[in-house]
Ligand binder design. Structure first.
Ligand code: C5P
Length: 237
């Protein structure tokens, strides 16, 4: 397979076409952003870490029958994925209160959320990814009712698998963001990346953040936590 034209540059990766119209090429960048891209920094080694963690998590979910876009690795920073029609919706699942859930609702930080919280956001950098509800999504035709049901159900199952896996690594899964896309046949597949850029992970032994909060809060070198996540996952998968 050969890499084609640059199709899209995201906050921490680039997506290229390939000579196969159904397959895209993803390149992970050594880049971190916060505040929806307003803060940007080069962080050497981050691309490799995110790529490795994401591939490991996609393979783990594939092994648990979660349909997703990941195909295979090309190099330490590059992978092939199925080309999808990405829904303009971010699905956030929260097991414990953190981040915007604390600032918006005055929740107690790290309070356990029962039932788990699921939220939809409209993917738009220009609008700062605003919160969007079901009727807004339906009226704007961003997804069908069946698709919303699937997004919720899939996110719940993925949450259970990820909680289980991270617990074995002595890591607590606080919250995470998922994206999904449609295949040509209308199937819904998990897409995007699965890395500490998109999830909050806390070391159960120390309480330290092992995710992008370290970058957001300028509390240290993010790659230390990412490397720790990767090493622990490699030991159990
Ligand atoms: O900021 P907030 O508390 O809403 O984030 C919830 C979770 O979703 C966090 O794990 C965060 O990393 C992730 N997220 C994301 N991309 C966004 C917004 C949130 O990956 N645009």
């Amino acid at each position: 397979i050969t890499r084609g034209a640059l199709k899209y540059t995201g906050k921490a990766k680039q997506v290229y076409t390939t000579d196969d119209p159904d397959i895209l090429w993803v390149h992970y960048l050594d880049q971190a952003t916060a505040l929806n891209g307003k803060v940007k920094e080069t962080i050497s080694g981050k691309g490799e870490l995110n790529s490795a963690i994401s591939q490991l998590l996609f393979n783990y979910l594939t092994g648990n029958n979660i349909k997703n876009h990941y195909l295979h690795s090309i190099s330490k920073t590059d992978e092939l994925i199925t080309s999808l029609d990405i829904l303009p919706i971010e699905v956030v699942t929260r097991n414990y209160a953190s981040g915007h859930f604390v600032s918006k609702f005055a929740a107690t930080p790290m309070q356990k959320l029962t039932p788990i919280v699921q939220e939809f956001y409209y993917k738009s950098d220009a609008l700062d990814d605003p919160f969007i509800n079901d009727s807004q999504i339906l009226a704007l035709n961003y997804a069908t009712n069946d698709e919303l049901t699937k997004l919720r159900a899939e996110s719940t199952i993925i949450n259970r698998h990820l909680i289980d896996l991270f617990r074995q690594a002595n890591i607590q899964l606080i919250d995470f963001k998922l994206e999904f896309g449609r295949t040509k046949n209308g199937d819904i597949l998990l897409a995007d990346e699965l890395s500490p850029d998109n999830m909050r992970l806390v070391d159960i032994a120390t309480g330290n953040s092992l995710d992008k909060d370290v970058f957001r809060k300028h509390s240290g070198d993010v790659t230390v936590g990412y490397q720790e996540v990767l090493t622990r996952l490699q030991q159990i998968i």
